[in-house]
Design a protein around this ligand. Structure first.
Ligand code: SAM
Length: 284
């Protein structure tokens, strides 16, 4: 799988530049007390003051720095060179200290000092890049201190089972469980441009990179709720909370999704109402 991860790294490097070109002055936003976090993750994370928090797949660090601003000591890990370079610059420019490490999550977890994290956090579009959930969960269990918690807030795996076709939302013919491999020749999309202001936090949408075409393909892996829960439980973590929400934070998946305010999007009128986000907290 390493070569597929490296291909994803190249694809994310291009996409991250395009994404950040739309986001305006993120440092000023954070310096002014802005936060990119949603209530759903804050509720599951609980008190952050003084917590040693590892943010896996942190991308360009906006969420990591919002967590650090709430008092956590944050280490962000991501495979993308561009994302980590941007995150380190943002940390300096915003005046919010955090540590950012460029690494494949599997390499980082294998080398991390055991039992040193109070919280491991991962969110919004992370699971689909993981080629092996059991190794991931075991690595997280190893890095968590006794009593420490994993908090996951994700777009719901059900989204991999449906697709928009001819104006309707229908079941997808593709298999979507057990880490099924889904390659995309078109690479990581500029979903920030596709979502417009819906994905931005208090900033005005910048045109930035226009008509982005990613020259690097990417590879996703599709997991069900059972795959996720089973991997975490099998790693010996005690699952304390499981939540589902019938809306998506900051991301539209289908044409006609309804703006519910506060950057939440609901299913289009007449479409089946399915959970669009999954949240989970598990304790070592
Ligand atoms: C949708 S983004 C996650 C965004 C994140 N929730 C945030 O706070 O902005 C997915 C991230 O996973 C990273 N990624 C993909 N495969 C990875 C791997 N094997 N190891 C580490 N990071 C990886 C990508 O570089 C990308 O930044």
């Amino acid at each position: 799988m390493r070569e597929l991860h490296e291909q994803n790294r190249r694809s994310w490097n291009h996409a991250t530049v395009a994404h950040n070109s739309h986001k305006g002055d993120q440092a000023a936003f954070l310096r002014g007390g802005g936060s990119t976090l949603f209530p759903e993750e804050l509720e599951l994370l609980g008190d952050l003051a003084g917590r040693r928090l590892v943010h896996l797949q942190c991308n360009a660090g906006q969420d990591s720095l919002s967590l650090a601003a709430r008092g956590a000591t944050v280490t962000g890990v991501d495979i993308s060179d561009q994302a980590i370079a941007f995150a380190a610059r943002l940390s300096a420019d915003a005046g919010i200290p955090a540590t950012f490490v460029r690494a494949d999550v599997y390499d980082w977890l294998a080398a991390a000092p055991p039992a040193t994290a109070d919280l491991v956090f991962s969110s919004y579009g992370a699971l689909c890049w993981l080629s092996d959930l059991r190794t991931w969960a075991r690595g997280i269990a190893g890095v968590l201190a006794p009593g420490g918690r994993l908090v996951l807030v994700e777009f719901h795996p059900l989204l991999d089972l449906v697709e928009a076709r001819d104006g309707a939302i229908v079941l997808s013919p593709a298999p979507a469980s057990g880490g099924a491999h889904r390659p995309w020749d078109s690479g990581v999309r500029d979903y920030v441009a596709d979502s417009g202001a819906g994905l931005l936090h208090g900033a005005t949408y910048q045109p930035g990179v226009v008509d982005f075409a990613n020259p690097e393909a990417c590879h996703e892996f599709l997991w069900t709720v059972a795959d996720v829960v089973d991997a975490i439980a099998s790693a010996g973590l005690v699952i304390e909370r499981v939540r589902e929400w019938p809306y998506a934070n900051g991301c539209t998946f289908f044409p006609g999704m309804v703006d519910l305010g506060d950057r939440r999007w609901g299913m289009p009128p007449g479409a089946p109402v399915i959970p669009l986000m999954l949240g989970l907290a598990a304790r070592r």
